[in-house]
Write a protein that binds this ligand. Structure first.
Ligand code: MN
Length: 736
């Protein structure tokens, strides 16, 4: 029987073994404090309660954590189970220790009631989110490990429940933190209660065979050792082990095999000083034994996300027994066993490449910690990866994941929009709260609903933090208030329509409505009214679009009609001279066969009266007029489909308007050139709309002019004047 005092001495000795400068005074003081506060409390096995915190501190010390972690481990049950308070602990041991103890207490209070697979990842995340300091999680894992070790005194129901939680939540967390040793022990202890028969069976068989196993393992160990010595690889440690029961169990279960059939029961480790030695040892292993193809894995070049590094290979020994060999450096081994907890001590030997994993944050922190000592390193290792999320429970125990700052409104809508829409009240941890209450990790949230509820209020849109809730509220307003929205929208639409001098009867004819709806982007008029009523768009904007569309439709209809008539006339009069059916059009043009049609001058060649011209009936924009010498009007380039659209256009005689056209002037650049060009233009009485120039690298200046002239004669005159200017080499009308 070990006394409590002896356990404490053992703890101090363990700490001294890795951290000679630990704060032993405070550690002893924490021990005395915990012992005093737990007083006469007993554990179920009849031992004084203080043995539990002492053993948890022992596990934490075996993880080689800092003084504050040891102190917090000793105190970890004080707030929960004694009359001690956060304030008291903060006063005596500092705020950091008090925060860690408080964090562990909160994790302890979380009640898991779900057994659903998909909830487990959320639960794991929640534990991380709740542990702002990674030491909280490490101590909680140590606490769980000791509880699992002493689980035999609990009721069978509690054993199963705790074992399930451990298997599903704590072992995976230990794995992600790279704490392999913890993970194995947690898994084996869980299996013991989850499947006692299988667990006993595996252990019994392992025991029965242990002599044979030992013999086999020593033989392999000796073979490898001999070869390493021959090759001069120094300071290598070789040992074999039988895989842990849960790992065997999983293989049996997954492959439906008996234990005898489980493929690789044995694992050997070779620990060496350097990475280069690792690869040398791998060569030795493959030389000594027959490697199994496809079973080699290089986690040194590509570490696992939890920082694990090692070479793995599976080989077959002389007697046909397959076994795995793991080869790594001592530093890598420490990390494999203790994970993040080992890191401050074994910083070297970590390669930073590869493995963008969930625990990238740890790696990032580690990079900044090259020279920090134990105390400092663990201090800065705060968990921040889930700080933008909050995890809460439903009354059933499901975990709901919401954005940080979320309120009961977000919670209700994340369950179902019907819950949100009929919500009349909310309870958090059994107490009524306001709808703007900010949810905290681990809160149990309950929503009261009523069929008589009025539905969401518009304020909720501001209170809700999640876009999911906001869009569901918006949807409700769209749907529930539809009738109201339609009536209101229709009223303001019709009033806006009158303003624009239009009537509803212009909009609704079946040959007009589809293109109008397409233009405004709605499936139906009701939908458009509803959107106006709800405020999704304004009546003014919609009416403006409709007016544009109506205008275009009427013009297009007129031109299309005329074009059809012209084409028909052409067919009839095939071979005969053009009809004398001329009528005056706008802009001083006569368009053959058409009267009062929309005409525009093409921008490519800007024709002026006197130019030979031709017209093209566009689709919806009237007749576009080109110069006959414009490349765009070249008969060679006309497509057969458009042949009928080219029509004769002539200038009428009584034209006094001015026409806009473009000129390009190429000159040898010199001083005063621009002044001379401007002078020539004003002397010719033409107005200039724009004048751009640029110079080329080889000393030329090119001017682009837009001018207004009455006809081709005046234009000709201007061009000749420009040509006379000294240095001007070419004056032309651009086209095409
Ligand atoms: Mn505890």
């Amino acid at each position: 029987m070990v006394t409590v005092e002896e356990r404490y001495e053992h703890l101090e000795k363990t700490i001294r073994g890795y951290n000679i400068s630990a704060d032993f005074e405070q550690i002893r003081s924490a021990y005395a404090y915990a012992r005093e506060h737990h007083g006469a409390q007993l554990r179920r096995d009849g031992t004084p309660y203080i043995t539990h915190p002492l053993q948890v501190a022992q596990i934490v010390a075996e993880m080689r954590l800092d003084s504050e972690s040891i102190i917090a481990a000793l105190l970890h049950d004080c707030i929960e189970d004694t009359d001690s308070t956060y304030e008291d602990i903060a006063k005596r041991f500092g705020v950091t220790v008090a925060d860690v103890v408080d964090g562990v207490t909160k994790l302890t209070r979380v009640k898991y009631s779900t057994m659903e697979e998909e909830q487990m990842e959320n639960l794991r995340k929640m534990l991380f989110a709740m542990s702002r300091d990674i030491r909280v999680i490490l101590i909680k894992i140590a606490d769980r490990l000791h509880n699992m070790r002493t689980m035999e005194y609990q009721t069978p129901a509690k054993q199963k429940k705790k074992a399930f939680e451990t298997m599903e939540i704590y072992a995976p967390i230990a794995h992600r933190l790279g704490m392999q040793k913890m993970k194995w022990e947690l898994e084996d202890l869980s299996l013991k209660y989850l499947d006692p028969v299988a667990y006993e069976d595996i252990n019994r068989k392992l025991e029965e065979e242990s002599a044979r196993h030992d013999q086999f393992m020593s033989a392999v160990q000796a073979q490898i050792n001999t070869r390493l010595t021959e090759l001069g690889i120094r300071n290598a440690t070789v040992y074999g082990r039988v895989k842990h029961p849960y790992s065997i169990y999983r293989k049996m279960y997954a492959q439906e095999k008996t234990m005898e059939e489980v493929y690789d029961l044995f694992a050997f480790r070779v620990l060496v000083d350097t990475v280069q030695d690792c690869y040398n040892v791998l060569g030795v292993a493959h030389d000594l034994y027959k490697p199994i193809l496809g079973r080699f894995k290089d986690y040194i070049a590509t570490p696992k996300p939890n920082m694990y590094q090692s070479l793995h290979t599976t080989v077959i020994g002389d007697d046909g027994i397959p076994f795995e060999i793991q080869i790594r450096t001592y530093d890598m081994h420490a990390i494999a066993e203790y994970g993040v907890a080992a890191h401050w001590k074994y910083k070297q030997g970590i390669k930073r490449q590869g493995g963008e994993g969930t625990y990238e944050w740890i790696r990032r922190l580690l990079e900044n910690q090259e020279d920090a000592d134990a105390e400092e390193f663990i201090h800065s290792l705060k968990i921040d990866m889930f700080s933008d999320e909050v995890f809460v429970f439903t009354p059933r125990g499901d975990v709901i994941n919401l954005p940080a700052g979320a309120t009961p409104i977000d919670f209700a809508y994340s369950i179902h929009s019907a819950i949100g829409n009929t919500m009349v009240g909310a309870k958090v941890n059994g107490r009524m709260v306001g709808f703007d209450y900010q949810l905290h990790n681990g809160d149990i949230v309950e929503i009261n609903t009523s069929k008589a509820a009025h539905g969401p209020s518009r304020d909720w849109m501001k209170t809700a933090k999640s876009s999911e809730a906001r869009s569901k509220i918006r949807q409700w307003f769209k749907r529930e208030r539809r009738e109201e929205n339609i009536a209101q929208g229709r009223a303001s639409f019709e009033s806006e329509l009158r303003h624009a001098g239009l009537t509803l009867s212009q909009v609704t004819p079946p040959d007009v409505l589809p293109s109008i709806l397409k233009r405004v982007g709605f499936q139906s008029l009701d939908e458009m009214y509803a959107a106006i009523g709800y405020g999704g768009c304004t009546a003014l904007k919609v009416v403006n679009r409709i007016r544009d569309e109506l205008l275009q439709l009427s013009r297009a209809a007129a031109v299309e009609k005329a074009a059809q008539e012209a084409a028909a006339a052409k067919e009839v009069q095939e071979g005969r001279p053009p009809a004398p059916q001329k009528s005056k059009s706008e802009k001083g043009l006569i368009v053959e066969g058409l009267s009062n049609c929309l005409v525009k001058f093409s921008k490519c060649c800007t024709p002026v009266p006197g130019d030979a011209i031709v017209g093209f009936i566009t689709r919806g924009y009237g007749v576009s007029v080109h110069r006959k010498d414009c490349p765009n009007a070249d008969p060679e380039r006309r497509t057969p489909a458009d042949q009928g659209r080219w029509i004769r256009v002539t200038w009428s005689d009584d034209v006094y308007e001015s026409y806009t056209t473009s000129l390009e002037v190429v000159c040898k650049d010199r001083d005063g050139l621009l002044v001379d060009i401007s002078t020539a233009l004003s002397a010719s009485k033409v107005s200039v709309t724009s004048l751009n120039s640029h110079t080329t690298t080889d000393g030329f200046a090119i001017f682009h002019l837009t001018i207004s002239v009455t006809d081709a004669k005046q234009l000709d005159h201007v061009m000749r004047k420009l040509h006379q200017i000294s240095g001007v080499m070419k004056v032309s009308r651009p086209a095409g």
